[in-house]
Ligand binder design. Structure first.
Ligand code: ADP
Ligand code: MG
Length: 397
């Protein structure tokens, strides 16, 4: 996909920047419990303010289902943003997302000031990608900026529709995500190795199919490995398996064999006699899983084999934990793979909500070159899909 224009390509002096951010933060009793997403948008907002723009921010928060839900107003976000941006001349919010009151607030907005529009999903036209809402939003700004990578796989009025009516460029977060993920997919330094895990094969069939056309090696772990092993004829005991996906697993194994991609499955596993942290556990070859036992993690021999491939790679993408890492006795495989990725001298990318949580929990996040913030969006990119919110941005010359 073509490179996209960014906020560096615009002369912002005296302009109104209409910016889609991801302020979908967790709230408890009206208090923000984690402001990571707000902080992640600061470099873009600061750049715009420093270059003379007035900044209008749009975001969704939660799932208000097309109506005003008092507990999902962006007011707490506006308050926190004001604390984080002391250099802004003002940080204000609105009670509506579009309409006359918002237009009046925008008329009053001066360079150096920030205005946060009310939750975009209060308006039923947002998720319908309704053209009238996109036009109303577009009227508010001179240039549209998308910095909400995590919402870029959705064609909504504030992520896609609005971009049709204004010059449209990427913010710094969006730029970093695309540079890392598209860079790896389109022009990887080789060997290019991907590690795919997580609970279910059915969630990631599209990802595996697409990666098989691009990578040198694909390492499989987590619950999804079970279905591949089942397809190869192994007895999986009480392991999580998806019998309906066995034919697909067989196809993928054949595709791997004919494409010459090194496709690695666990050779040994940690098994337990119950799905519980205090279950009995042992390590066995995949050919010796007894009835009544279930796979909970990859085993030490598998860890060694995978680690060798990972540390020898020049590009690594990892999505999906290797085992039930939420339970300490079954977190070792995931930890060891995280350490191998951290040690890899090449470009390393981790994406996926649980994988990122695992890497953070293990204190290794700062040793990974790129941590992708958008779970669904990064999976769709890995599937080779075009994200509507990205496609709508102007191509760089
Ligand atoms: P991500 O969010 O990183 O994309 P997924 O949501 O696909 O990852 O999968 C994460 C989940 O997979 C975790 O909750 C983990 O416990 C589960 N999981 C991993 N291995 C197994 C296994 N062998 N059996 C059951 N669940 C597993
Ligand atoms: Mg998940």
């Amino acid at each position: 996909m073509a490179r996209k224009k960014t906020i560096r390509d615009i002369d912002w002096n005296g302009k109104r920047a209409l910016v889609r951010v991801d302020f979908n933060v967790p709230l408890e009793n009206g208090q923000i419990t984690d402001d990571t997403r707000i902080r992640a948008s600061l470099p873009t907002i600061r750049y715009l303010l420093e270059h003379g723009a007035a900044v209008i921010l749009m975001s969704h928060l939660g799932r208000p289902k097309n109506k005003v839900v008092e507990s999902m107003r962006l007011a707490p976000v506006v308050a926190r943003l004001a604390e984080l941006l002391p250099e802004a001349k003002a940080v204000k919010g609105t009670q509506a997302t579009t309409g006359p009151s918002v237009e009046a607030a925008v008329q009053d907005l001066k360079p150096g000031e920030v205005l946060v529009l009310e939750n975009t999903r209060f308006d039923p036209r947002e998720e319908a990608n309704d053209e009238s809402m996109a036009r109303e939003l577009a009227k508010l700004g001179d240039v549209y900026v998308n910095d909400a990578f995590g919402s870029a796989h959705r064609a909504h009025a504030s992520t896609e529709g609005v971009a049709r009516f204004l010059p449209a460029v990427a913010g710094f977060l969006m730029e970093a995500e695309l540079a890392a993920l598209q860079g790896a997919l389109e022009n990887p330094a080789r060997p290019f190795v991907t590690i795919i895990g997580g609970a279910k094969i059915s969630d990631k069939i599209g990802v595996i199919k697409n990666l098989l056309t691009k990578v040198d090696a694909l390492l499989i772990g987590g619950g999804m490995a079970n279905t591949f092993l089942l397809a190869q004829g192994y007895e999986m005991g009480d392991s999580l398996v998806e019998p309906d996906s066995v034919p697909t697993a067989k196809e993928l194994l054949e595709q791997a064999a004919s494409s010459g991609v090194r496709f690695m499955l666990p050779t040994d596993v940690v098994i337990a006699d119950a799905f519980s942290a205090d279950a009995n556990r042992k390590v066995v070859p995949v050919s010796e899983i007894p009835a009544g036992w279930r796979v909970m993690d990859i085993g030490p021999e598998t860890v060694r084999a995978y680690s060798e491939v990972i540390t020898g790679a020049q590009t690594v993408i990892w999505n999906g934990p290797m085992g039930v890492f939420e339970m300490a006795p079954f977190a070792e495989g995931t930890r060891a793979i995280a350490e191998a990725v951290a040690k890899c001298p090449g470009m390393t990318i981790v994406g996926g909500g649980d994988s990122v949580a695992a890497v953070e929990q293990m204190g290794l996040a700062d040793k990974i070159r790129h941590i992708s913030t958008g779970g669904g969006a990064s999976l769709e990119l890995l599937e080779g899909r075009v994200l509507p919110g990205v496609a709508a941005l102007n191509d760089a010359e």
